[in-house]
Design a protein around this ligand. Sequence first.
Ligand SMILES: Cc1ncc(COP(=O)(O)O)c(C=O)c1O
Length: 427
Amino acid sequence: MFLQVVLAERDPHPYYVATAKGSYITDIEGVERIDFANNMASLIHGHSHPAIVEAVTDQLRKGTAFTMGTEAEVDFAELMIARSETFERMRFVNSGTEAVMTMLKTARVYTNRPKIAKAEGAYHGTYDYAELSQTSNPSNWGDINKPNVNRVVDGTPQGVIDDVVVFPFNDIERTLKILDEHAHEIACVLIDPVPHRIGLFPATNEFVEAVYNWTRKNGALMVFDEVVTYRVNYAGAQECYTVKPDLTAIGKMIGGGFPIGALAGKREIMEVLDPRGKILRHPHSGTFSANPISMTAGRVAMELFDEKAVLDLNALTDIAISQITESIKIADVPVSITGEGSMFRLHLQANEPTCYREAYHTDEKKFLIKELLDYLFLKENIIMINTGACMFATTITQKEVDRLSEALLNGFKLIKPKLEKLSHSLV
Ligand SMILES: Cc1ncc(COP(=O)(O)O)c(C=O)c1O
């Protein structure tokens, strides 16, 4: 009853922000909340970081967008190229969606092949080819040996569906069999190394190696979507693997709070985008691409997110995970937690999921996670992502972590009867 009242309070309109600073957001009613969502992982230093505000204000006075280049874009590109060994050349765009789209088109141009292979359930933004099967569900996902390629948006043409191949993440045997069926047509295999929607657990080194070896043998590229996961290590989640991607799409936090995306990778592949080439195979431009505001904010944000900051943030996130694990134990609820680096996700099931189909939110689960998150939002003044995930920022301290684990303990106790009923119904 209490929870139904809580749910009703959030309808029929969303809450609106008045101001935000560090890890705290104040809404237009004057209520202050701790923000663990950080605009879906894009604010690595929380809200209105003083150094970013100062640098951007300075740039605002000098101009915001030009039909000419700026030193701001060169400085930022040089910083990122020095940071990541696989970034030999870079191009900036305005969102993660655009970065992934440009990456897939580049792979097609370079290989002269039409097809894209992607993991079932993986979210890569809203480009037609990248979004297919992102919302597959038990009624349409089909045989795990050959997952169906499902539309997300009505009206997506059949031609798009015909050029996408879907494989089960981290499942080497099935994935290689599926790829083999299209061996001569696949331009690239797209991997998010810690895919949030699949369950926020990492790709195994064996899986990435198997995909990489397959691409070498079959003339395809292996490309990474690190739009979210670049935060995992100083040079991205790709640092964790013995083999490296040919191309990488990044975005979110590298904009320091402003719209951004970027494509980076091997020089010889990126050359298809070079306007100085005799035959320009991939004409590419964008009105606001590499605008000096995003470039300046991004450079300052990435300078601040140095090796020590990355390690400190990951260490604090580990503390949060162990405190929340303790809350789960005390409340004695069937909840598990997955994550990597400065991100984690709760699952309303006793065992950590190992694939998209295990992590899938049924309607009952969706409803229960919403009850938990509404309780946190309305009664504990805590903001999490709607999947039950947190993406930490460097402004979070032990104080906020303590509040989060206490609030979750209260929330777990509150939903415990429904949670137990749900887990019994699944046995
Ligand atoms: C893994 C991943 N790739 C791409 C995107 C798309 O980025 P954007 O929202 O900036 O278009 C997202 C956004 O959430 C993402 O999580």
